[in-house]
Design a protein around this ligand. Structure first.
Ligand SMILES: [Ca+2]
Length: 149
C-alpha cells in the first residue's frame, strides 16, 4: 500500500509541474488554473482513502512502559514484570509474549507476569516482551539482577 501512496505523490508533483493527467474514474484534467486545484483536491481525497479509510495499512503497537519490581532479587526470588502497550488502531487486540533464557514465567501471554529466578544461576537476566497486534510487533527487554542472597 505504501507503493500506491508513493505513486499518488508522484501524480501530485506532475500536477504541480502543469502536466495533463487522466485519473482512474475521472475525466481528463489539465494542470493549470482551477482544474489543477480540483485535481489536487481529488488526490488529497484519494490519499485519505488509501491511508486510513481503505483499512489496509496498519500502525504498529507501541510499548509505553516496561517495569520489573523489584529489579534485584536473590536466587529463586520473584519479580513482577509489567508492560503497558498501546495500539493506534482501536480495533486491534494486543497479544503478549514474554520470554527469558532462564527461570520461569507465570503468565507468559499476559501483560503482567511473574518471573521466578533460577535457584542455581546468579547474574543479569533479560526478560523479553513482544507485543503484537496480529500484523506488526514491537519487542523490548528489561534486566533483572539475581544475587546469591
Ligand atoms: Ca495496529
Amino acid at each position: 500500500m505504501l507503493k500506491r501512496i508513493s505513486n499518488l505523490k508522484y501524480l501530485i508533483i506532475m500536477f504541480v509541474l502543469g502536466s495533463s493527467l487522466v485519473l482512474p474514474g475521472c475525466s481528463e484534467m489539465a494542470g493549470s488554473g482551477t482544474e489543477t486545484i480540483l485535481g489536487l483536491g481529488l488526490l488529497a481525497w484519494q490519499l485519505g482513502v488509501f491511508d486510513k479509510n481503505g483499512g489496509d495499512d496498519n500502525d504498529p503497537p507501541q510499548i509505553l512502559t516496561l517495569t520489573a519490581v523489584p529489579n534485584t532479587i536473590p536466587l529463586g526470588g520473584s519479580v513482577l514484570v509489567t508492560v503497558v502497550a498501546y495500539d493506534p488502531d482501536s480495533s486491534d487486540t494486543l497479544l503478549y509474549a514474554w520470554t527469558c533464557g532462564d527461570g520461569n514465567l507465570s503468565a507468559p501471554t499476559e501483560s503482567v507476569t511473574t518471573w521466578i529466578a533460577p535457584t542455581d544461576n546468579t547474574g543479569t537476566f533479560y526478560i523479553n516482551i513482544t507485543v503484537s497486534d496480529g500484523h506488526d510487533s514491537v519487542t523490548s527487554q528489561i534486566p533483572v539482577i539475581v544475587t546469591q542472597t
